[in-house]
Design a protein around this ligand. Structure first.
Ligand SMILES: Nc1nc2c(ncn2[C@@H]2O[C@H](COP(=O)(O)OP(=O)(O)OP(=O)(O)O)[C@@H](O)[C@H]2O)c(=O)[nH]1
Length: 539
């Protein structure tokens, strides 16, 4: 168990989340174009303060992440106050996100309120499409999903735009295949290496699709394009590896040099690692670090990787962590034995660093996906009914303990039966997905979003009171009502609306049942008032 921090230092315990919040604001407001020397110095001062504080708090799990951020800042800025690259900023932002998460988990306290606006990162699109009406529609629609767009008239204009901006200024290109008529794919390929390209075309012929592949296209959509589908594809290609919460990898390896080398490779690829040289420390590190994958040596002085794997597998919480062996053992029988004892895979040394990174990323990603499957709603990827209620229970306990506000919202799509009846069930599903997507975009990472029922959503907003939730949900309601959905007939588009019921955690609304009931009552009132509106429970 973690040490009881309250006994250590109540002042630092109180200040720590605020310091993390300050760091978070600094890092999320960094912009490659306008970083001043003062920004860099403030960043350095803040991380040093955080590092001093965490040493006083005796919280190893948080310290690991703080040290990583310190090293990153130190490495990139150093004493000469160099500027920060976009890549360095991206990595810093993911690590700071991680710090917010571990602080919340281990200190059991929330980071002070961050505005719902400030954590949203804008992404920039380049649109190169002939159809001006479609361009206008896309520009209008994507802004609800935090994208800004620049429209270009030709491939040459796109190339110029990209060459005149620092790397990573743009996150995706939507490109008409017609812009590429008579062009050599090798001309476009270098562009796709800088910014991912999503081809949009009326042309579904193999030859054109092959052209797009050769030009380095990451995706290909045949028109007419359904907007929700388009935004899903853009998200998929535009949100790069750095914006995925880093994988946490534990390395069990008796050679310190080997361990350090592997750590470096994985960290360069954006993962968070911890290494132990003594396998006897395994349980402590499993509990503190909560790895998503273990990279295990086979032969160590204290015990073998076989034994350690079996021991890990006998502990319920760690039964499903992927264990990958990394060993020079070439005997197939021994490799198979290792897998039979509970290992998931065998990688043979020596291994090229990039192969190691790819193999680990793929396995960690799959493990994360499988875990998510267990708690997520399959249509939207949001928390399922049971999990959102469990989360509400946790958040109520936390709000009580820390005397913090908490809000809960129920959102229901209006006249959804008519949408299904008029446009068909699959189109109804897309409307549900569109709302899920919008909620994910507009809410903070610390908020929880669940699909409560068919077309009903539940949202938990920690550290949020009525003054924040009311305008926020009102804004989401308005945004959703402006989204265009395409019917099965490509020429028919329609809009949909939502009704929202809000409730606040109070002395009386203080259990899961009571909060849900209060929000539900407010939702009914919203439906009664004619729908497409937000009602706050009056108790
Ligand atoms: N497409 C689709 N439809 C669903 C799903 N789950 C539930 N539904 C349908 O959603 C409809 C909900 O209809 P009602 O509860 O009558 O409510 P409504 O038509 O939205 O009317 P109001 O809520 O009063 O505005 C039902 O017809 C369900 O069959 C789903 O996952 N996909």
């Amino acid at each position: 168990m973690e040490a009881k921090t309250q006994a250590v230092s109540p002042t630092i315990l109180h200040q720590f989340p605020q310091m993390v919040n300050q760091l978070s604001h600094l890092v999320f407001n960094l912009d490659t174009k306008s970083i001043s020397q003062e920004d860099l110095q403030t960043l350095q001062r803040t991380i040093v303060d955080i590092q001093n504080a965490i040493h006083a708090l005796n919280q190893p799990a948080i310290r690991i992440v703080v040290d990583k951020i310190y090293q990153l800042i130190h490495k990139n800025i150093g004493t000469k106050h160099k500027s920060l690259s976009r890549n360095a900023i991206n990595t810093l932002q993911s690590q700071v996100d991680m710090l917010r998460q571990v602080t919340q988990i281990h200190l059991e306290t929330d980071i002070p309120q961050t505005s719902h606006e400030s954590t949203q990162k804008l992404h920039h699109l380049i649109i190169g499409l002939h159809d001006k009406q479609l361009v206008e529609e896309i520009i209008n629609q994507v802004k609800y999903f935090n994208y800004t767009s620049s429209s270009c008239e030709s491939l040459e204009e796109i190339i110029e735009l990209i060459n005149h901006h620092p790397p990573n200024s743009y996150h995706a290109i939507l490109l008409d295949t017609e812009f590429c008529t008579n062009k050599d794919p090798s001309l476009i390929k270098p562009l796709s290496e800088k910014v991912p390209i999503l081809f949009v075309s009326f042309d579904n012929r193999v030859a054109t699709r092959l052209f797009a592949v050769r030009a380095g296209g990451s995706a290909y959509l045949v028109r007419p394009v359904e907007f929700t589908h388009l935004i899903e594809k853009i998200d998929h290609i535009a949100l790069n590896q750095n914006e995925i919460t880093p994988y946490r990898i534990l390395i069990v390896e008796d050679s310190r040099t080997q361990a350090k080398f592997i750590q470096q490779q994985l960290e360069n690829a954006g993962m968070i690692t911890e290494a132990i040289n003594n396998p006897m420390e395994i349980n402590k590190i499993l509990q503190e670090f909560q790895p998503e994958l273990i990279l295990m040596d086979l032969y160590m002085p204290e015990c073998s990787g076989f034994e350690l794997t079996k021991m890990i597998r006998q502990q319920e919480p760690y039964m499903s962590i992927p264990i990958v062996y990394l060993s020079a053992e070439a005997d197939l029988d021994k490799q198979l034995k290792a897998i039979k004892l509970g290992g998931d895979d065998f990688l043979t040394k020596p291994m090229e660093p990039e192969h190691l990174v790819l193999a680990i990323q793929a396995r960690a990603d799959r493990a994360r996906t499988l875990r998510a499957e267990m708690i997520q709603d399959s249509l939207t990827g949001l928390l399922n009914h049971t999990r959102i209620l469990e989360q509400l229970d946790l958040e109520i306990a936390r709000a009580k303990r820390n005397h913090l506000p908490l809000s809960f919202a129920m959102i229901d799509i209006d006249y959804f039966k008519a949408i299904n009846d008029n446009h068909g069930h699959p189109i109804g599903d897309r409307v549900i997905k569109g709302l899920a997507r919008l909620l994910k975009q507009r809410l903070r990472k610390t908020d929880s979003i669940g699909r409560y029922g068919g077309e009903e959503f539940a949202i938990i907003l920690p550290q949020t009171d009525r003054t924040v939730i009311l305008p926020l949900i009102e804004d989401i309601r308005k945004g959703f009502s402006k989204l265009l959905h395409q019917s099965s007939d490509p020429l028919v588009e329609f809009t949909a609306t939502v009704s929202c019921g809000l409730a606040e955690f109070t002395a009386t609304n203080n259990t899961v049942g009571k909060l849900v009931q209060a929000a539900d009552k407010a939702l009914y009132a919203a439906k009664d008032q004619g729908r497409n509106c937000v009602v706050l429970d009056s108790e």
